[in-house]
Design a protein around this ligand. Structure first.
Ligand code: PLP
Length: 389
């Protein structure tokens, strides 16, 4: 039985170029970039190459690229780092109700420390209301943090418009964007879009786990979370994760050099899956944005009278891997706060699964998935009193 991996929003398998690059650093080019000898300089070259590649696609400078252990640390560093550095300018912060826990949890921590946080609501499709945002920005607002692509339902916020609204109302308010789900799947221009800080993660784009990036615009002050040898301008001490940095380079290069093709391939697969399922299986709903508006790689579907978890395991028996809600926190049994914010009922939330694609997902993978669902779903509904097929 073929393994069909449709949980690419959780993580992606490293590509062969990424593995090659990692092996080179593990086996041969193992130097510490802080060392003064040749081995150190060689390691520094890897950092330079990856930073230049990222900077090229974001249209920023390599010096504005900082390495972290992943999206979680990038989000924490951006939020806590700004809050601590700008506390004298104000203690008001803005975010949304549908952020990843690695954004919401630092904000909760800051609330405990006396900061005031406004959590913007979203509509049924997961969009924030720009008027509500405008009204929320105050003279003492030091940071607005809004994700680009939502990891559970794939809503794409209009980051360029949001950036210009923020700066028009309060030019000193900083703008952080969690781009973990959009980097490598979308064009992002931090400078043009007024983004001051941008979080990226390697393992969502076929790179290694444990490597992330925080873009920090020049002149933005950040209070470090980690102190030590003063690496990376003192903003993030500790010997750089060379395996991660070396592996990230081919992942970024491949994602952006083939962006158009990758996106159109994933969009086609997503539309094919949904249209076929709708034609072949009754009572399916899309949670979040309209099919043609959402992220290319994420779709959240509701299956009436079926528990998402049960469907997930039934598919797993066929070696098809999907997820319920967000994988990063799905070992917890709490209901998705994102789906709650979209106004879905408990019933609807429990009946949902997320299917997420990669550029390497094939049409055949989706055909198999559809065929299996067509078999499984009526069977599962048979056991529900009054359940529809
Ligand atoms: C939107 C978003 N932000 C942050 C993260 C955390 O990234 P990492 O797993 O690299 O810590 C994730 C992971 O799923 C995510 O989807």
């Amino acid at each position: 039985m073929k393994e069909i991996y449709l949980d690419n929003g959780a993580t992606t398998p490293p590509s062969s170029e990424v593995i090659q690059s990692i092996l080179q650093v593990v086996k041969k080019d193992y130097g510490n970039p802080s060392s003064l000898h040749r081995k150190g300089m060689q390691a520094e070259e890897y950092i330079k190459q990856t930073s230049e590649e990222i900077a090229k696609w974001l249209k920023v400078t390599p010096k504005e690229v900082y390495y972290t252990s992943g999206g979680t640390e990038s989000n924490n560093l951006a939020i806590l780092g700004v809050a601590n550095a700008y506390v004298r300018s104000g203690k008001h912060l803005i975010t949304t109700q549908i952020e990843h826990p690695s954004v919401l949890e630092p904000f909760k921590k800051l609330e405990e420390q006396g900061y005031e946080v406004t959590y913007l609501p979203v509509n049924q499709q997961g969009y924030i209301d720009l008027e509500t945002l405008k009204q929320a920005i105050r003279p003492d607002t030091i940071l607005v943090s809004i994700m680009h692509i939502n990891n559970e339902v794939g809503t794409i916020q209009p980051i360029d418009k949001i950036g210009s609204i923020i700066k028009k109302i309060n030019p000193s308010t900083l703008f952080h964007v969690d781009a973990v789900q959009s980097f490598g799947k979308s064009i992002i221009y931090p400078k043009r879009w007024n983004i001051d800080l941008l979080s990226i993660s390697g393992h969502k784009i076929h790179g290694p786990k444990g490597i992330g990036v925080l873009y920090i615009a020049k002149d933005i002050k950040i209070e470090p979370l980690v102190y030590g040898g003063g690496q990376q301008n003192g903003l993030r001490s500790g010997t750089e994760n060379m395996i991660g940095i070396a592996g990230l380079y081919p992942a970024v290069k491949n994602a952006y050099e083939n962006l158009k093709d990758h996106v159109s391939h994933m969009v086609q697969l997503k539309k094919y899956l949904v249209n076929e399922l709708k034609a072949k299986v009754e009572n399916i709903s899309i949670h979040g944005p309209k099919l043609e508006e959402g992220a290319p790689h994420i779709i959240n579907l509701g299956f009436k009278d079926i528990r998402g978890e049960v469907l997930l395991h039934a598919l797993e028996d066929k070696k098809i891997y999907v997820s319920t809600g967000s994988a990063c926190s799905s070992h917890k049994s709490t209901k998705s706060s994102t789906l709650q914010a979209l106004g879905l009922s408990d019933e609807e939330i429990l009946s949902s699964i997320r299917i997420s694609f990669s550029p390497y997902t094939t049409r055949e993978d989706i055909e198999i998935c559809i065929a299996e669902m067509q078999q499984i779903i009526p069977l599962l509904r048979k056991f529900v009193p009054g359940g529809k097929k």
